[in-house]
Ligand binder design. Structure first.
Ligand SMILES: *Cc1c(COP(=O)(O)O)cnc(C)c1O
Length: 458
């Protein structure tokens, strides 16, 4: 940072002109903001030169680290050709190449790629495609989506309509379209008292939730356009892990009752769960798959909705038939973002990242178990390189901390002072580092988190 004056000016302008997302701005204004100026690998560096471990991969997006030479080079090379041209009526090279690559690396059967800019729009596209598909199939009455409690699919109105986080969505409830919400398929959320063998109840839990799904599907067979879920782990709802096999059996139910399965891989895609896609863990090919966050390696906003030939073909017809999918965002298929995404995937392949990642995943999982030694850690949930550590006032009785106590926020502040950037989900501390984090960097992140939790909760 050049001078003290610049520093003071930036802070003043931030407070004067910026409205931050998901932020109570009164609290924000009372604090000094951290202003990031640079990134180096898994570190973020602020305007004062302080270095922080990026414990949440810059909102779950970063894959190979910041300021990555090969990603930078791919971006610069594309920039020297063109920054943007439209996919409406024309095409561009990186968008074509990335579509081919995505079809190659996603579960077989997903053969068509529709681009948009972010996770919410990828979900909107999936919902509208599913809805319109049924119109073309002569079943226009299918206008209901089944979704889960604690689900998070984005903040636009359609995505909120299939969301299940009370604090985010209830304000807007009268704006949302009608849908069917089922309780969240959580497996391991158990109090210390209630369950000595933490994973023992998985099978009965799975049966319970699948029965609920089947009941709804059987009672509303001709009304349901699709089922949408976050596979294996519900992220923003609190890092909630689904029972093993839930996804696979849910997919079978969708098939049996002839409705569409929409899998939101916005968080889980691009290696986050230890495989390229969460669907691969259970050999599932959904009818629609949404990807965003890590797609362009955390560099640029880019999203895609992939679908099958069956759905794509239903939209084919004469121009006058109006079977066209009338949807598209201005920056759809942006060449810069697509070029970075191509390099992102190329790095996975060149470096055999998914194989190497298994060691990191194992280490992460093992070290996270140590957190149970802390008296207020009620539950530790982990799926690949995504984890949630839930704090409870009394883990023995499953009593949460009242949200006004801001335990999660206070722990993240303590971690910041020790050099790690985190962001909580209420009383759950999220750890979601870039996939390329080294074992020693991961150890530092876990050590800082451990100390921050014990500092705040004793
Ligand atoms: C973040 C997220 C979204 C929304 O993505 P945005 O890019 O913020 O619109 C949707 N679904 C899941 C599972 C997410 O984690």
């Amino acid at each position: 940072m050049q001078s003290l004056r610049d520093r003071e000016k930036l802070i003043a302008w931030d407070k004067d002109y910026l409205w931050h997302p998901f932020t109570q701005m009164r609290d924000w204004l009372a604090d000094e903001p951290i202003i990031i100026e640079r990134g180096e690998g898994v570190y973020l560096i602020d305007i004062d030169g302080n270095r922080y471990l990026d414990g949440i991969a810059s909102m779950w997006t970063n894959v190979h680290g910041h300021n990555h030479p090969e990603l930078n080079a791919a971006l610069k090379a594309q920039l020297d050709r063109i920054a943007h041209s439209t996919l409406l009526g024309y095409s561009n090279i990186p968008a074509i190449q990335l579509a081919q690559k995505l079809v190659e690396i996603t579960p077989s059967g997903l053969n068509k790629v529709f681009y948009s800019d972010n996770g919410s729009t990828a979900v909107e596209v999936a919902l509208k495609m599913a809805y319109q598909y049924w119109q073309h199939k002569g079943q226009p009455q299918r206008n209901l989506f089944v979704h889960f409690d604690k689900a998070y699919h984005g903040d636009t109105v359609g995505a909120m309509s299939v969301g299940g986080i009370e604090s985010f969505h209830s304000t807007f409830s009268s704006l949302l379209f009608k849908s069917i919400r089922l309780s969240a398929p959580e497996a391991y959320r158990t109090s210390k008292a209630a369950d000595t063998s933490r994973n023992a109840s998985t099978d009965s839990a799975k049966t319970y939730w699948l029965n609920a799904v089947e009941r709804v599907l059987s009672e509303n067979t001709k009304q349901i356009a699709g089922i949408i879920l976050e596979p294996l782990i519900q992220g923003a709802g609190g890092m909630l892990i689904s029972p093993k096999g839930f996804l696979k059996e849910l997919a079978a139910l969708a098939k049996k009752w002839e409705t569409l399965l929409i899998v939101d891989e916005v968080m889980t895609g691009l290696g986050r769960t230890g495989k390229m896609w969460a669907c691969e863990h259970e050999n599932v090919t959904p009818d629609l798959l949404c990807t965003a966050k890590g797609l362009a390696a955390g560099y640029l906003p880019l999203a895609a909705t992939l679908t099958t030939d069956e759905i794509y073909n239903a939209f084919l017809g004469e121009y006058r038939d109006l079977k066209t999918f009338f949807h598209g965002h201005t920056f759809t298929g942006n060449p810069l973002a697509c070029a970075v995404a191509l390099e992102n995937i190329a790095i996975f392949e060149r470096e055999n990242l998914l194989d190497r990642l298994q060691i990191t995943v194992k280490h992460f999982n093992k070290r996270l178990q140590e957190f149970y030694a802390l008296p207020h850690v009620g539950d530790v949930r982990v799926c690949g390189m995504a984890a949630g550590i839930e704090l409870m006032k009394n883990p023995e009785t499953n009593t949460p901390y009242p949200f006004e106590e801001k335990v999660g926020i206070r722990i993240c502040k303590a971690a910041l002072a020790q050099g790690a950037i985190l962001r909580p989900l209420v009383n759950t501390i999220v750890l979601m580092p870039p996939l390329q984090i080294s074992i020693s960097e991961l150890d530092s992140l876990l050590d800082i988190t451990y100390r921050a939790i014990s500092e705040v909760t004793g």
